[in-house]
Design a protein around this ligand. Structure first.
Ligand code: ADP
Length: 908
């Protein structure tokens, strides 16, 4: 049948055959066209008209949809973001010069994870392709016959790589994972890849694929080679190195396999060597605090829970970076807080130095704001799809580097800043490269690189000469027009030009009788005729060749410059990286000053001591001002803080702020507190709030229990656990029992328990403080004023014995009738003493909850409206401290009265 097709259609089907899983964008003149099923899909997804043309293989009318070629940037991202792959089938020769049908071929396949065009990115975030390799391995020593298959005794050895072809960043890692792929999913959540490729062996695991699919676009991809050895060889060949040792992955077979899969996938979609991908970095999760996907979500580190945007996230609060590299780096630091006290202090030293010198910071940030996305600009230059505007942007960015270097030159003390300064200074070619662009490229070049107008006059004699011919010719044409007007006596005669017909003499029909005899007809218009003369024809070819030649020469010069830049791509990318780090350090210093943060102390023990801690995000949103709170934890005495208090009291906020302060500290940031000392945390686990994971068909309670299981199985003594309302999703008795068992389990796991904050409305749990020595009760104080419930937002030691649910319902505007009835029911229930009976049957005898007694006592010492800031009874408030110091014997009555005034002011 193919014989019956037009040659162009044959080309189309060839492309479709070679790239069956893509939509083909087939270039026809000024359009990209698609046919058949592709056309239907494209018309539907892009909401464009579906038409029909010619006949298909079956002799039916062929569906067709097309977009103008210049609208590619608008339409392509829409398809890619929906998960389609698009193959661009271009004209490979100039249609004007083509003999017969124009040659066409696929030049690039665009997929979500291999996008390089700037139109594809909505912000400065990295666009990662994720590649996975791995295989099941038995858990050593534990695979006994007794363990049924279901007992999670299987483990996976996984290699994962992330490649951002727009910036050239390439990372790999290898780790042991559970058969539930918890670590893999946590990497996925942190890196947020646009696309993930799996080898067929893993693609067959529907569990894995389903879990990945909720978060990224998943494709199966089988590299042509088999085995890690061959993959290693391929990588060495690409990086032109003899060993992968320098990259740290020589012995990590799965890391190597996944890295090669990523690179091969990128090469086969881009159909070229990707030279700007010039290094591979191996990282180990043991260097970073682990934040799994649930924790990232719950703590709203880079995205909020509401709409997944970055509003109200920690990242947004801190992100006033000046450069795209800076905002990407900040995200990385927040997603991967460090574990080494030494490395954290390197960052903190630099932040402190910049925080202490606002002028230096101002200068650095002023210059940073001149720097564009060097990483992506270099990516495009090396890749070969840059234009002269990119070169100008790169030059402006490079111009800002020497002043930044100078800012850092003299007074810098901290090691990290020194390292950045030295690194920037080591790129000796930087100024030459900037100058090379400066000399050649005009200030505001056109978008196209093929139509001239990019290169400055005076750059080269040959180009100037060609341009002279073209511009002199313009004068010649003007003179020719004048001469012909006079010769023919036709005043309206004009000489014009169009792309198809070239130069012509146009004479309106009214003057057709006066056309000179030697004019040769060229084209007939509705109200005029167009002619040429041999003289005009000769000049035309001279002008056109000069024009063509000068455009070709400009392009050649442009290519030479991009080649020279490509030769330094590694240094350019390293410069970009240093700029990114400097930007973040300056931003953290800026945030420290603007938000009143302090430098945290990091230790290798397991204490957490936070004075006047604040939630970095909530503190900006509460209208009445944020009430700071203290946290004291360790593994020996205050391991397990049981936090009670009514709904809306501020329990979640308090728990989150503790974790966020630790995360900020380990990322290298100052923190919202008056003092913070943090024993380094290896992983934060959270179980906060309930949401149905409907996409995966799990109920709230199931989700809750899955998360709980993960926490109980994986928390180490260095972890921090936040548990909010465990057991809420089931009946009261079930929920209470689970909650209690969880507290006991975490408390009794070993001699040193894992640090945990546990917020619960089961105030009966507070009795556990009596039994478990490292459990400490705290509650968030409230005050009842008549019917009203006043939230004091203060955490105080001791338990509460009421949930105040009904008061909160009143606050929320539930009708008074319902509130009254609820109060009646509550009274009846309290008479029946539901929970105390549960306690009684457990202990054999009924005992009055000590919590109740203590609660009443604690309320006496609750800060009330006193503004007392201490969570610990042994710390006195400013009022108490002042009172203690007073020497009453030596005071006059008026002094005493004044002092009283002062104390009252302090209280308010
Ligand atoms: P809970 O977990 O006890 O139900 P939340 O932590 O969700 O309560 O807090 C409820 C609201 O109270 C928050 O949205 C915030 O507006 C406010 N809030 C919480 N903690 C504080 C605080 N320390 N200072 C001021 N307002 C606070």
């Amino acid at each position: 049948m193919t014989e019956m097709m037009t040659p162009a259609m044959r080309q189309y089907y060839e492309a479709k055959q070679a790239y069956p899983d893509t939509l083909i964008f087939f270039r026809m003149g000024d359009f990209y066209e698609s046919f058949g099923e592709d056309a239907k899909t494209i018309a539907k997804e892009l909401e464009i008209t579906l038409t029909a043309r010619g006949k298909n293989r079956e002799g039916e009318k062929m569906p067709l949809a097309g977009i103008p070629y210049h609208a590619l940037d608008t339409y392509l991202p829409r398809l890619i973001n929906k998960g389609y792959k698009v193959a661009l089938c271009e004209q490979l020769e100039d249609p004007k010069q083509a003999k017969g049908v124009v040659k066409r071929g696929v030049v690039r396949v665009v997929t979500p994870g291999t996008a390089i065009d700037s139109s594809m990115f909505s912000d400065a975030s990295n666009n990662y392709l994720m590649a996975v390799a791995g295989k099941e391995v038995g858990k050593s020593g534990k695979n006994t016959e007794k363990n049924s298959e279901k007992n999670s005794e299987k483990e996976m050895e996984m290699g994962v790589s992330f490649l951002d072809i727009s910036t050239g960043e390439f990372l790999t890692t290898q780790f042991r994972d559970s058969e539930n792929f918890e670590k893999l999913l946590s990497e996925l959540a942190r890196m947020h890849p646009a696309e993930c490729i799996l080898p067929p062996s893993l693609y067959g695991n529907s569990d894995l694929v389903d879990r990945l699919k909720g978060q990224t676009i998943v494709q199966v991809f089988a590299p042509e080679i088999s085995g890690s050895e061959e993959a290693g060889e391929k990588l060495k060949h690409h990086f032109k190195v003899a060993t992968l040792e320098g990259m740290g992955c020589e012995k990590l077979d799965f890391a190597v396999s996944s890295a090669w899969a990523a690179l091969e996938y990128a090469q086969t979609t881009q159909l070229r060597d990707l030279e700007h991908i010039n290094t591979l970095r191996t990282y180990s999760n043991s260097e970073f605090m682990i934040l799994d996907s649930i924790t990232l979500r719950n703590l709203e580190i880079v995205k909020n829970v509401r709409d997944e945007g970055d509003a109200n996230s920690l990242y947004r609060i801190l992100n006033c970076t000046k450069t795209p590299m800076g905002s990407r780096t900040l995200k990385k630091w927040l997603l991967k807080p460090l574990l080494s006290v030494e490395n954290i202090n390197l960052r903190l030293d630099a932040v402190e130095e910049l925080a202490a010198d606002p002028l230096l910071r101002y200068d650095i940030r002023k210059w940073l704001s001149e720097v564009r996305d060097i990483e992506r600009l270099v990516g495009r230059v090396v890749y070969g799809n840059s234009n002269a505007r990119d070169l100008i942007a790169l030059k402006k960015s490079l111009d800002a580097v020497p002043p930044i270097r100078d800012c850092l030159k003299e007074k810098i003390e901290s090691e990290l800043l020194k390292e950045i300064a030295e690194g920037l200074a080591s790129f000796s070619e930087l100024e030459n490269l900037a100058e090379m662009i400066e000399k050649a490229i005009v200030e505001e070049p056109p978008v196209s690189v093929r139509e001239g107008g990019m290169i400055k006059p005076g750059y080269g004699a040959e180009l100037d000469e060609l341009r002279d011919i073209a511009s002199n010719s313009k004068q010649w044409i003007a003179a020719f027009q004048q001469k012909e007007k006079e010769r023919s006596g036709i005043k309206s005669l004009k000489v014009g030009y169009n792309k198809v017909f070239g130069y012509y003499i146009e004479i309106t029909n009214a003057n057709s009788s006066q056309v000179p005899e030697d004019y040769i007809r060229k084209q007939t218009m509705s109200n005029a005729e167009r002619f040429f003369t041999p003289e005009l024809k000769e000049k035309e070819s001279l002008i056109l060749t000069a024009n063509d030649k000068s455009m070709a020469l400009e392009y050649e010069i442009f290519l030479k410059i991009t080649q020279a830049l490509s030769a330094h791509s590694r240094e350019l990318q390293e410069t970009a990286e240093r700029i990114g780090a400097l930007d973040v350090l300056a931003v953290l210093a800026e945030a420290a000053g603007n938000n009143n943060y302090v430098r945290p102390q990091l230790t290798d023990d397991c204490k957490i001591l936070i004075r006047d801690g604040r939630h970095p995000v909530v503190e900006n949103t509460v209208p009445g001002g944020f009430v700071p709170n203290d946290t004291e934890m360790d593994c020996k005495e205050d391991q397990f803080l049981l936090v009670t208090g009514p709904n809306m009291a501020g329990k979640s906020t308090y728990m989150r702020q503790t974790a966020l302060i630790a995360i900020m500290a380990q990322a290298g940031s100052f923190v919202p507190a008056s003092h913070a000392s943090i024993g380094v945390i290896d992983q934060v686990f959270t179980r906060i709030g309930a949401f149905d994971d409907l996409a995966s068909g799990q109920s709230t309670f199931m989700v809750e229990m899955v998360e709980l299981a993960n926490i109980l199985n994986n928390a180490s003594p260095r972890s921090l656990i936040l548990l909010d309302e465990i057991g809420r999703g089931t009946s009261t008795y079930d929920g209470y029992s689970i909650a209690k068992a969880v507290v006991e389990f975490l408390h009794n796991r070993g001699k040193v328990g894992v640090r945990a904050l546990f917020a619960t409305h089961y105030h009966q749990l507070t009795a556990l403080e009596e039994k478990l020595k490292r459990v400490k009760n705290y509650h968030i104080a409230v005050k009842e004023e008549g019917h009203e419930l006043v939230f004091l937002r203060k955490i105080v030691p001791g338990a509460t014995d009421r949930s105040y649910g009904i008061q909160v319902a009143r606050l929320a505007g539930v009708p008074e009738k319902v509130i009254e009835r609820a109060n009646e029911i509550l009274k009846e229930l309290e008479k029946e003493n539901v929970f105390e009976e549960a306690e009684e049957s457990e202990n054999g005898k009924k005992k009055k909850s000590k919590a109740t007694a203590r609660y009443t006592q604690m309320m006496l010492f609750d800060p009330g409206s006193s503004g007392r800031t201490s969570a610990q009874a042994n710390r006195s408030s400013p009022v108490e401290a002042t009172l203690k110091k007073l020497n009453l014997e030596e005071m006059t009555p008026i002094e005493a009265l004044n002092k009283l005034h002062e104390l009252k002011r302090l209280l308010n």
